[in-house]
Structure formats: structure tokens, C-alpha cells
Design a protein around this ligand. Structure first.
Ligand code: HEM
Length: 317
């Protein structure tokens, strides 16, 4: 019986590893096959962020939208063709997801150094970390060894990426569906300390909601009319949209969250205490964000002989 119990314990430990999703990913996956990979990606991101600071934000969002649809498998990078429907034209991505050219440029440099070895999914994971660091955020070790999907799912992108109009219960259950907690939701939403959003995604909030600072609502209305101007941009962080810091949480406490889905994290609910903590403690936010990014980046990767190493991030080989 003792050995049976032992077997069960070993099995459950094994399945815990399997559930964590990154059992087969490792930081040194390309150490011998592409030793300069990290330098190449960092240089590519430095050029991109120097040209346009917002690009650090855009790549971070691209990675989130990749990971939430069948795992971090580069599926968002595939172009639509006459015979293939990808994720780029799903509701949350169309005229919104950006940064594809940056990933293409980095992929070209990586292929020049080590052809046919590094997946687009891993390039996106590394580029994301480097974009955050270049904008002043925390760093983390990126687990590597993801392979690229040979398929994509527009319908999964439509149904599994959260909407800015969602309430806290919906956001929590959508994150839970990916193995992430309500706490992870609050931590990862801190990504909105950088980047921009279009008027169409916050119009209802600034015209119709009451849990909003009046001056902030008035300021935002000036560039987001009640009708028209759908794509007019506003910063997700009121003060420092190109600086990765904890100001997003200060904004939430001041009822200056831009999206409905931001302010629900501080609206007399379960996440208020954590939002307050991060609003006064940037170091804790940085530590927690880095750890949560590793969890996000470990969602159901393709490994081993699954998937492929794409030659061109936009097309299946
Ligand atoms: C919790 C649910 C979330 C919702 C509903 C949401 C929704 C949105 C929306 C509507 C935008 C503006 C898009 C546009 O106007 O074109 C946006 C931007 C952004 N999101 Fe989220 N988001 C969420 C979580 C996240 C997470 C977890 C991350 C990354 C870890 C993230 C990173 C970003 C970034 C960096 C931007 C700015 C992109 C840019 O400037 O190009 N978001 N998000």
C-alpha cells in the first residue's frame, strides 16, 4: 500500500507540472542552437521603441492576445489568406493589434543568425519582456522552447479575449479559464500603465458611468465625442503612458481608470486592497508583474514535435 500511495504522490506531482504548462520550457533552450538570440531580440526592440515608445506597449498586448488564444503559440501572427482565417481580424485585434512588422524585422535578424531554429512564439515572448524593460519596467527570465501553431482560431479570439466592457466576475472567469487567478488579473492589468486606447472602447465610461473623476471624464470627452472619433486615442495611464510604473493603480484609486474593465478592479470589490497596495508600492508591483508574466507566457505552449518553427511569422510553413 505504501508503494501505491507513493506512486499516487509521484503521479500528482507529475500532473501538477503538466498543469503548470511550462514543464518543457527552459530559459536556456537556445543556448547552443542560437546563442545570440537574446541580444538580437533586445537590439530589435531597442530600435523599435526608440522609433516609437508606444511599441513596447503594442508588443506586450500582442503577446497577451497570443497567449489567451490556444496558448502562446504565435497564432496571432498568421495573416489571413483566401483559404485561411486567422486571428488578426477578430474583434479584439482588427484595427487595434499592432507591432507585427517589428516581429517580422526581428525574425529576419534571428533567421540570419540561426536559420530555422527559433519560433515566432519565443521571439514574441522575448520581445515583450524587452519592451517592458526598455520602458522602465521589471525584467524576468523568459522560459523558451515554444513552437509555432499551424492553425489559428478567429472564433476563439473573439470569445476568449476579454472585452473592455466586461465586469469583474466575467474578467475573473476568463482569466480562470486560462489558469490565472483574480490576483493575476489585477497584476497583469497593470500592463495598462503603458499604451493607448481608442475612444470607442472608453466612450460609454466617460459619458455614462458614475464611478469616475469628473475632471478626468471632462478631459477625455474633449477628444472623444459622443459620436464619431471612434479611433481617437487616449493614454491608458493619465501621466506616464510611455513609462512602465505603478501610476495605473494610482489612477484607479483616483477613479481615473480609462476602461470600464480597469475601474472594476477598484470599485468596492475583491481587488481593491491589492490595487491600493500597488498604488503605493511600485517595487511590489514590479516583482509580482514579472512573476505573473512568466505564468502568462507559460499557457499551453506547443513543445517537442508539436507545431513547427515557422520560417515567416505570417505564414504556416
Ligand atoms: C483584463 C482584461 C483586459 C482588457 C478588457 C483589455 C482591453 C484593452 C483595450 C480595449 C485596449 C485598447 C485597444 C485599442 O484601443 O485599440 C488595450 C490596450 C492595451 N492592453 Fe489591454 N486589456 C486587458 C488586459 C491586458 C493584459 C493582461 C495585458 C498585458 C499583460 C494588456 C496589455 C495592453 C497594452 C500594453 C495596451 C496598449 C496597447 C497599445 O498602445 O498599442 N491588456 N487593452
Amino acid at each position: 500500500m505504501a508503494s501505491k500511495a507513493h506512486f499516487v504522490v509521484v503521479l500528482s506531482i507529475l500532473s501538477l507540472f503538466a498543469c503548470s504548462g511550462n514543464a518543457q520550457l527552459s530559459a536556456n533552450f537556445y543556448a547552443t542552437s542560437c546563442p545570440n538570440l537574446q541580444t538580437i531580440v533586445r537590439n530589435g526592440m531597442r530600435t523599435a521603441v526608440t522609433t516609437e515608445a508606444r511599441m513596447g506597449a503594442s508588443i506586450l498586448r500582442l503577446f497577451f492576445h497570443d497567449c489567451f488564444v490556444n496558448g502562446c503559440d504565435g497564432s496571432i501572427l498568421l495573416d489571413d489568406t483566401a483559404t485561411f482565417t486567422g486571428e488578426k481580424n477578430a474583434g479584439p485585434n482588427q484595427n487595434s493589434a499592432r507591432g507585427f512588422e517589428v516581429i517580422d524585422t526581428i525574425k529576419t535578424s534571428v533567421e540570419a543568425a540561426c536559420s530555422g531554429v527559433v519560433s515566432c512564439a519565443d521571439i514574441l515572448a522575448l520581445a515583450t519582456r524587452d519592451g517592458v524593460v526598455l520602458l522602465g519596467g521589471p525584467s524576468w527570465t523568459v522560459p523558451l522552447g515554444r513552437r509555432d501553431a499551424r492553425t489559428a482560431s478567429q472564433s476563439a479570439a473573439n470569445s476568449q479575449i476579454p472585452s473592455p466592457f466586461s465586469n469583474l466576475a466575467t474578467l475573473t472567469s476568463m482569466f480562470a479559464a486560462k489558469g490565472l487567478s483574480a490576483r493575476d488579473l489585477t497584476i497583469l492589468s497593470g500592463a495598462h500603465t503603458i499604451g493607448q486606447a481608442q475612444c470607442q472602447f472608453f466612450r460609454n465610461r466617460i459619458y455614462n458611468e458614475t464611478n469616475i473623476d469628473a475632471n478626468f471624464a471632462a478631459t477625455r470627452r474633449a477628444n472623444c465625442p459622443a459620436s464619431g472619433g471612434n479611433s481617437n486615442l487616449a493614454p491608458l495611464d493619465t501621466l506616464t503612458p510611455t513609462r512602465f510604473d505603478n501610476n495605473y493603480y494610482r489612477d484607479l484609486v483616483a477613479r481615473r481608470g480609462l476602461l470600464h474593465s480597469d475601474q472594476v478592479l477598484f470599485n468596492n470589490g475583491s481587488q481593491d486592497a491589492l490595487v491600493r497596495t500597488y498604488s503605493t508600492n511600485g517595487a511590489t508591483f514590479f516583482t509580482d508583474f514579472a512573476a505573473a508574466m512568466v505564468r502568462l507566457s507559460s499557457i499551453s505552449p506547443l513543445t517537442g514535435t508539436n507545431g513547427e518553427i515557422r520560417k515567416n511569422c505570417r505564414v504556416v510553413n
